[in-house]
Design a protein around this ligand. Structure first.
Ligand SMILES: [Cu+2]
Length: 683
C-alpha cells in the first residue's frame, strides 16, 4: 500500500477536487482541463449539467444525454478565447462560444464521447481551432474494451431447470465464465397447477365509464395468452390485459371489489390517486395481501384530473410482468383549457421477457434480475406487440402515455410528426413545450398532442443508446412499437391553429411560483439511493466492477441480460438511506404534519457495485421537481414519480396534504422487491 499512498500525497489537487456534491458525482459530471505547457498558470474545469428539459433526463430523439457545459476558467492572459467540443476523432467540431475567466455556460452538447478545447483566437468568429490553451476529455472517454464471448442462443436450459435469458439482438455477447452460473433461487412459473386449456384467452382492453356511486367488480385471474409465437399462462383483470380502461369524472366516488383468482396473493395500488390511505393497496402498510380465493373492497376518490394507473403491490416483478395493470382517465375542467384535439388515445407501454416457450421463469421466493431489473425482449403497447392506428391528414391525436414495464425507461418519438407536451403524471404542465421525444421512466405518465400533417406512415419508436459490452462503444438501439397510417380526406375541423399554440397556464404558474420560493433553502431531508450486495458469484462481481468506470445516466437497453439475471433478492439489497440518521428503508421513520411543504433531496450514489437510475414514486401525495444536479428546473408539473439518474441529484418539493401512512419506493419492480422502500407518516 506504500506506493499508492505516496502517489496520492504527491498528487497536485486539480480543479475537480473542489467539487460541490449537489452538482452530481464528479466522475460523471466534471472535466478537469489540462493546460499546454506554455499556459501552465491557466486552469479550468467543465461542469456537465443536465440541459433544461421537462423530463427526468434531457435527451435527444436518439437517446443521447443533452448536457450544458459550465466552464470555470482561471489565469487566462489578456486576449480572446473560445471553447470547442468535438468527437474523439475531431469530428464534428462544434464552436461552443467565447469564454472568459470566471464562469461561462455553453451548449448544449450531445456527443457520446467528446473533447473540450479552449483556444486563443484573433478572429471574433473563428471557424477552426487557433492556439490551444486547455483541453479535456468527457468522463465517458474512460470506457475500455472488455473480454466477451458469444452468448448462448435462446432456449439454453441448465440442469436445475433455469432457462438462460435470450441475448440482446444488438449485442449477443456475454462476459466469459457466466455461462455456468444460474440464479441462487428456485425457478417459478405462473399457473403451474392450472390446466392451460381450461383458461380463457386474454382479451383486449375495454372502456368502462364509471359514475359517482358506481361499483366495479375487478377480478385478477389467469388467462391463456399468445405473444410472438409463444402460448403461455398470463394474468389479467377481468380477462383483459391491460385491464379495463376506467374513465371517471373528477370528484366521483367509486367502489371496486377486487376478487383474487390468481395462484398467489395480490392487492391493487391506485397509482397517483390521492385517496384514503386504507385503500392504497400497499401491502404491509395499508392492508394485508388478499389471498387466492378472497376479495377486498376499495373505496376510490379522484381529486385530480389526469391519467393514472392501477397495478398490484405484491411481487410486482411477477404480477406486473404478466400483464396486471390498467389505466384510469380522470376527466375534469382541465380539458377545457387544453388545446382541442380530434381524438384521444390511451397507450400503456410494457415489455415482456420471453424465453423459448413463454415468460422466462421468475424466482420463487426472491426476484431475479435484481440489479438492472427485468428488461423484456418483446415490446407491448396496450398488450399488443405491434400497435396500429389509422388517422387522417391534419389529425391531432392526444396520446396518454403510461410506462408499465418492470424496469425500462422509454425514449419515445414519432418520426415526421410534431409532438407537443401538454401534461404529466398529475395534470397539465405549466408551460406546453415542443418535444422531439418523451422520456418515460417506469410508472411515469406524460401526455402529448401529435399532429400528422400529411399522408404516410409514421412509426412510434423507442430510440435509445446502449454500451456494446465487448467494444464498449456507444450503440444506437432502435425498436418500432407501432405504426400510424395516415390517409384519406383531411381531418375536420382543421386544428392546425390550436395545435400550433403553446399554452401557458397562469393558474399553475401561480401555484408553482409560491412553492418555488421554498426551493432555494437547504433540503429538509436527504435520501441516498444505493445498493449493497452479499454473496454474488465472484465472476459476476468482477464483471460488474469492470463496468463502473463510467455509467450511463439512464440504463436504457439492458444489454447485459446474463449479468442482470444472475443477481437475485437473496444477494442484492437496494437502499434508500436517510443521510441525517443513517437509517435505511423501512427503518426510516419520517413523520410530517398535514400541510407541510418539504424539500427532499435524492442523491443517487454512483460509487457502488452497480449504479443505476431509479424512478422514485411517492404514494398518496404530489410533488414537483425543483432542481436537478443543483440546477433549478424551469418546467413545473405535479408528479408522483421521478427519474433520478445514476450519479445525479434531484430536489423535490412535496406537498404533504393527505393524512395516513404512505410508501415511497423505487418503481423498478425488482428494486422494490429487494428492499428499496420506506414509509412516511402524515398526521
Ligand atoms: Cu431502483
Amino acid at each position: 500500500m506504500i506506493l499508492p499512498l505516496l502517489l496520492a500525497s504527491l498528487a497536485v489537487p486539480g480543479p475537480c477536487d473542489a467539487w460541490n456534491p449537489i452538482h452530481g458525482d464528479p466522475g460523471l459530471h466534471c472535466i478537469e482541463l489540462v493546460p499546454r505547457p506554455e499556459f501552465e498558470h491557466v486552469s479550468g474545469r467543465v461542469r456537465l449539467a443536465p440541459a433544461h428539459s421537462p423530463f427526468g433526463l434531457a435527451a435527444t430523439a436518439d437517446g443521447q444525454a443533452r448536457l450544458d457545459l459550465i466552464l470555470q476558467l482561471h489565469g487566462l492572459p489578456e486576449g480572446r478565447y473560445f471553447a470547442w467540443a468535438s468527437g474523439p476523432m475531431l469530428e464534428p467540431l462544434v464552436r461552443l462560444g467565447e469564454v472568459t475567466n470566471g464562469e461561462s455556460t455553453l451548449g448544449p452538447v450531445s456527443l457520446d464521447r467528446f473533447i473540450i478545447f479552449v483556444t486563443a483566437e484573433s478572429d471574433s468568429a473563428p471557424d477552426r481551432l487557433g492556439t490551444l490553451v486547455l483541453r479535456g476529455m468527457s468522463p465517458s472517454s474512460v470506457l475500455l474494451p472488455h473480454l466477451a464471448v458469444p452468448a448462448p442462443s435462446t432456449g439454453h436450459v441448465h440442469a436445475n431447470g433455469w432457462e438462460m435469458p435470450p441475448p440482446h439482438p444488438s449485442a449477443p455477447v456475454m462476459t466469459p465464465g457466466l455461462e455456468v452460473l444460474s440464479p441462487a433461487v428456485t425457478p417459478w412459473h405462473a399457473g403451474a397447477n392450472a390446466n392451460p386449456d381450461s383458461l380463457p384467452p386474454r382479451r383486449a382492453r375495454t372502456l368502462v365509464r364509471l359514475s359517482d356511486g358506481d361499483t366495479l367488480a375487478l377480478e385478477a385471474g389467469m388467462v391463456r395468452r399468445q405473444v410472438a409465437g409463444r402460448s403461455f399462462t398470463a394474468y389479467a383483470f377481468n380477462g383483459q390485459s391491460p385491464g379495463p380502461l376506467l374513465e371517471v369524472e373528477r370528484g366521483a366516488r367509486v367502489t371496486v371489489v377486487l376478487a383474487n383468482h390468481l395462484d398467489q396473493p395480490t392487492s391493487v395500488h391506485w397509482h397517483g390517486l390521492r385517496l384514503d390511505h386504507r385503500f392504497d393497496g400497499a401491502v404491509g402498510v395499508s392492508q394485508e395481501a388478499v389471498p387466492p380465493g378472497r376479495s377486498f373492497t376499495y373505496e376510490l376518490v379522484f381529486p385530480d384530473a389526469g391519467i393514472y394507473w392501477y397495478h398490484p403491490h405484491v411481487r410486482e416483478d411477477i404480477q406486473q410482468e404478466l400483464g396486471l395493470y390498467g389505466n384510469i382517465l380522470v376527466r375534469g375542467a382541465d380539458s377545457a383549457v387544453m388545446g382541442r384535439v380530434h381524438r384521444e388515445v390511451v397507450l400503456i407501454l410494457d415489455d415482456i421477457l420471453l424465453g423459448a416457450d413463454g415468460p422466462l421463469a421468475f424466482g420463487e421466493k426472491h426476484a431475479t434480475h435484481a440489479l438492472m431489473g427485468r428488461f423484456g425482449n418483446v415490446f407491448l403497447v396496450n398488450g399488443e406487440p405491434r400497435w396500429e392506428l389509422d388517422a387522417r391528414p391534419g389529425e391531432v391525436v392526444r396520446l396518454y402515455l403510461t410506462n408499465a414495464s418492470n424496469a425500462r425507461t422509454f425514449n419515445l418519438g414519432i418520426a415526421g410528426a410534431r409532438m407537443k407536451l401538454v401534461a404529466g403524471d398529475m395534470g397539465r404542465v405549466e408551460e406546453e413545450r415542443w418535444v422531439e421525444s418523451v422520456v418515460l421512466g417506469p410508472a411515469e405518465r406524460w401526455v402529448v398532442d401529435v399532429r400528422f400533417d400529411s399522408a404516410g406512415t409514421f412509426a412510434l419508436m423507442n430510440r435509445v443508446r446502449g454500451i456494446e459490452p465487448r467494444a464498449r462503444a456507444f450503440l444506437p438501439v432502435v425498436d418500432t412499437l407501432g405504426v400510424v397510417t395516415v390517409q384519406g380526406r383531411a381531418a375536420a375541423p382543421d386544428l392546425a391553429g390550436d395545435f400550433g399554440r403553446l399554452r401557458h397556464h397562469a393558474d399553475l404558474a401561480r401555484e408553482f411560483a409560491a412553492l418555488d420560493t421554498l426551493a432555494g433553502r437547504e433540503p429538509d431531508r436527504t435520501l441516498v439511493l444505493s445498493v449493497r450486495t452479499d454473496g454474488l458469484p465472484f465472476g459476476l462481481v468482477q464483471a460488474l466492477r469492470a463496468d463502473t468506470g463510467w455509467v450511463m445516466p439512464v440504463e436504457w437497453a439492458g444489454l447485459m441480460p446474463m449479468m442482470d439475471w444472475l443477481a437475485t433478492g437473496k444477494e442484492v439489497t437496494w437502499i434508500l438511506r436517510d443521510s441525517a440518521t443513517g437509517r435505511e428503508n423501512m427503518d426510516v421513520d419520517w413523520r410530517f404534519q398535514r400541510g407541510d411543504r418539504i424539500l427532499l433531496r435524492l442523491v443517487n450514489d454512483r460509487r457502488t457495485l452497480h449504479p443505476m437510475h431509479h424512478p422514485i414514486h411517492l404514494h398518496g401525495q404530489r410533488f414537483t421537481v425543483v432542481a436537478r444536479n443543483g440546477r433549478r428546473v424551469r418546467d413545473h408539473v405535479w408528479k408522483d414519480t421521478v427519474i433520478v439518474p445514476a450519479g445525479g441529484t434531484v430536489d423535490l418539493l412535496i406537498e404533504f396534504d393527505n393524512p395516513g401512512r404512505w410508501m415511497m419506493h423505487c418503481h423498478v419492480a425488482e428494486h422494490l422487491e429487494t428492499g428499496m422502500h420506506l414509509v412516511v407518516g402524515v398526521e
